[in-house]
Design a protein around this ligand. Structure first.
Ligand code: 3H9
Length: 709
């Protein structure tokens, strides 16, 4: 053994029960030392004549949470996990795996190699490798189908979802649930049963009944292939996982294992794997910010939300879901009741979709939530979130009032999506308590929360923003003050670019198609139709009134909007939505309007092909992302990536725009930007950071690694 995996024998039952404990904090990842330790412990058990059954258990908060992800991409130090787990399964004395916390990936694969499994009720199991661009590479694709059948295995493996202990019991992944919270006690109790009932060694790899039942069922395989392909949206690994699962029905076990290994090594070498593992670690790094080193989060026991429109209602519901009491304040009784209706509509929808029951809905709506038309009702709130109309004067006026009524030490937040938080804070006598909390619509669904730290925001207040994100199960990203913060600022750039491309000759439908094929859930014009074209129109009007310089290529959009075509909500925008359908059909009249504008401006259309569209689209996003980092608006490149992944539909399997840039090569991106300069020198001015990184032979990841917060 080693310090990380220990072997011991219980004094009771004349040493018949052995315990193998994995102790590799924080999550018992099956790195090299764990693998080596497991081999030694298994040998010790095999050689111990008194030990009749072994319990395999994790120390600390969890069973094994998977292979050590940090080892991927580095040379393998033997023994490999498949070798270790096969060896465990081959033991000729029974083993019992006791699961608590999470048994994920290689963790569940280890459990599947034990002959029996017991899970405490709060435990979860799963094979989430697909989220890392991989497949379960230690027998998961061969053993799980043998236990639960190929349909359930396909669901679990290609979704990567966590399966609760009760569901795992129902599916047959575990043999028992234990009501307690001590996995060792649960494992020992099961081991005693093994002794008492003389339960035999039982190897998952030898259970062939379920896979034999579907052998050669090509109809079923093709149906599964079609369903997985539809959900994968350009990601390779779910499809590879499925092929490995199908192979389990065709190949003898060890041949299936060899095939799984080949698939695993293939996926390990894909850019998608690199991108998704970047996203995994970025998810964890993004919460590390300077303010958390010195700041202490303030209490978050009760909240007030100012404004009951779409955003106010969504924010309210997300806090109700987290069990926070919320008082919603509107300017008069009628608006307050409208706000209540907006909240209740979301809650009713939750009941309809089966997310929670009527009693829970009533508890949230009547016990935790109240409305008021008197701003003095914010007096007891720990945090006040203003979600009123996007107008500086209105917001400043509101913050003056909030300042008068909020209790000392309350955190005062604005949900503005682009306005200057310093200016908003200046309307109060306590700018140190003010920050931006930019939620994304629908706020009870979208996971991104931009936490905008203004010049005078106190570290405790920023820390409270991050604590709120955690409480609401959102991903908090620290942003500095600028027009649009991280996300909307970058969005504005590539939406402008999309409008230039249209004006210069490319069809908006071709742009949407290219963006969709890249892996986005929808293209920019489809997104405009969903959000409402009137919003963009109002924004452009504001910017022009503020003296916006630079190219204006949105006349065709203004004309579409002026016809009252605001998108999905009016049944027509860029697309036609017939009979309330959410899938639009291209509209020939839109193309006519665009042609007309081009003709008026004397533009000879030069349509771009898909590759040319995407090179520009990505270059615009990356260039602005680089500026956002250069100016310190985003702490690190990975903060940009996380923002675009969680708030703007950037495909996770591409890692985020700046990871994508690293993988394409910053010199290539910079060369692209320079080559586009002849089209619009101002728009395509390369970010200085990009130039510097290329000069230094560095990339965005160099900056991520250097950052130490
Ligand atoms: C696999 O198993 C492949 C096999 O099929 C085949 C092999 C041949 N490795 O998330 P947290 C770190 S692929 C290394 O904040 P939580 C994490 O970075 C793997 N490190 O805690 C963080 O570090 P830091 C399949 C890992 O309580 C710290 O642990 N398994 C790993 O919110 C705490 O993590 C997965 O994909 C790892 N496997 O959530 C599961 N896991 O403190 C991945 C975590 O320095 N893990 N770390 O920032 C998870 O989903 C969550 O971590 C878990 C705990 C749910 C377990």
């Amino acid at each position: 053994m080693n310090e990380i995996v220990s072997y011991a024998v219980l004094p009771d039952e004349a040493g018949a029960i052995a315990v193998i404990t994995i102790d590799n904090p924080p999550v018992n990842a099956a790195g090299h030392a764990v693998r080596e330790g497991l081999v030694k412990a298994a040998k010790a058990f095999a050689d111990d004549p008194s030990a009749k059954v072994a319990v395999v258990v994790g120390a600390g908060r969890t069973f094994i949470a998977g292979a050590d992800i940090k080892e991927f991409g580095k040379p393998l130090q033997p023994p490999s996990l498949p070798e270790v787990t096969n060896m465990l399964e081959a033991l000729d004395k029974p083993t019992v795996c006791a699961i608590h916390g999470t048994a994920l990936g290689g963790g569940l694969e280890t459990a599947l190699c034990c002959h029996y499994r017991v899970a405490v009720k709060s435990a979860r199991v799963g094979l989430p490798e697909v989220h890392l661009g991989l497949l379960p590479g230690s027998g998961g694709t061969q053993r799980l189908p043998r236990l639960v059948g190929i349909e359930a295995a396909t669901d679990i493996i290609t979704s990567g979802r966590h399966v609760s202990a009760p569901e795992a019991l129902k599916l047959g992944i575990v043999d028992a649930n234990d009501d307690g919270d001590d996995p060792l006690a649960a494992g020992i109790a099961f081991a005693r049963r093994v002794l008492a009932e003389n339960l035999p060694v039982r190897r998952t790899s030898e259970m062939n009944e379920k896979i034999e039942a579907v052998r050669g069922n090509t109809k079923l395989f093709d149906e599964l292939r079609a369903a997985v392909k539809k959900k994968a949206k350009g990601q390779i690994s779910p499809l590879t996982c499925l092929e490995a699962i199908i192979d389990s029905t065709e190949l003898p076990f060890m041949k299936g294992m060899a095939r799984e290994r080949e698939y695993f090594m293939e996926l390990l070498n894909t850019p998608q794997r690199e991108a998704m593992i970047h996203a995994f670690f970025a998810d964890r790094e993004v919460g590390k910010v300077p303010e958390l080193k010195t700041g202490h989060a303030r209490p978050l026991d009760g909240a007030a939300v100012i404004g009951g429109g779409t955003m106010g209602a969504g924010i309210t519901v997300s806090m109700l879901f987290a069990g926070m009491p919320v008082t919603m304040v509107e300017r008069d009784e009628e608006s307050a009741q409208r706000g209540r209706q907006n909240v209740e509509r979301i809650l009713d929808d939750g009941v309809k979709r089966g997310k929670f029951d009527q009693a829970h809905r009533d508890h949230l709506a009547n016990k935790l939530y109240s409305v008021s038309s008197d701003i003095a009702s914010i007096a007891s709130a720990d945090i006040v979130i203003e979600a009123a109309f996007e107008n500086m004067d209105i917001k400043k006026d509101l913050f003056r009032q909030i300042d008068q009524h909020a209790k000392a030490g309350a955190v005062l937040a604005s949900n503005t999506s682009y306005l200057n938080i310093n200016e908003i804070a200046s309307a109060t006598k306590r700018p140190q308590d003010v920050l931006g909390l930019h939620f994304f619509s629908p706020a009870h669904v979208m996971r991104l929360l931009e936490i905008v730290v203004a010049d005078k925001t106190h570290a405790d207040v920023a820390a409270t923003g991050f604590a709120l994100a955690k409480k609401l199960k959102k991903v908090g990203v620290r942003a500095g003050v600028c027009d649009g913060f991280i996300g909307n600022r970058i969005l504005e750039r590539y939406l402008s670019l999309a409008s230039f491309m249209v004006e210069d000759g490319t069809s908006p439908y071709d742009i949407d198609k290219a963006v969709l094929n890249f892996g986005y859930p929808m293209g920019p014009n489809q997104m405009g139709d969903l959000a409402g074209l009137d919003i963009g129109m109002a924004n452009r009007k504001r910017k022009r009134a503020e003296g916006w310089k630079g190219r204006y290529a949105s006349d065709y959009m203004d004309r579409i909007g002026e016809l009252g075509r605001f998108g999905q909500k009016t049944g027509r925008g860029f697309y036609i939505y017939e009979n309330g359908s959410r899938i639009g059909k291209p509209d020939p009249e839109v193309l006519e309007i665009i042609d007309q504008v081009r003709a008026e401006k004397g533009i000879t259309p030069k349509p771009l092909n898909e590759e040319e569209i995407m090179r520009r689209y990505m270059a615009a996003m990356i260039n602005e992302g680089a500026r956002v980092v250069e100016e310190g608006i985003a702490l690190r490149p990975l903060d940009v990536d996380i923002t675009m992944l969680y708030g703007y539909g950037f495909p996770r399997w591409r890692g985020g725009p700046l990871k994508y840039a690293d993988m394409v090569g910053l010199d290539t991106i910079l060369a692209d930007i320079r080559s586009f300069q002849s089209e619009d020198p101002e728009f395509w001015k390369p970010a200085q950071l990009l130039i510097d990184l290329v000069d230094r032979g560095e990339n965005f990841d160099t900056l991520n690694k250097k950052a130490n917060f």
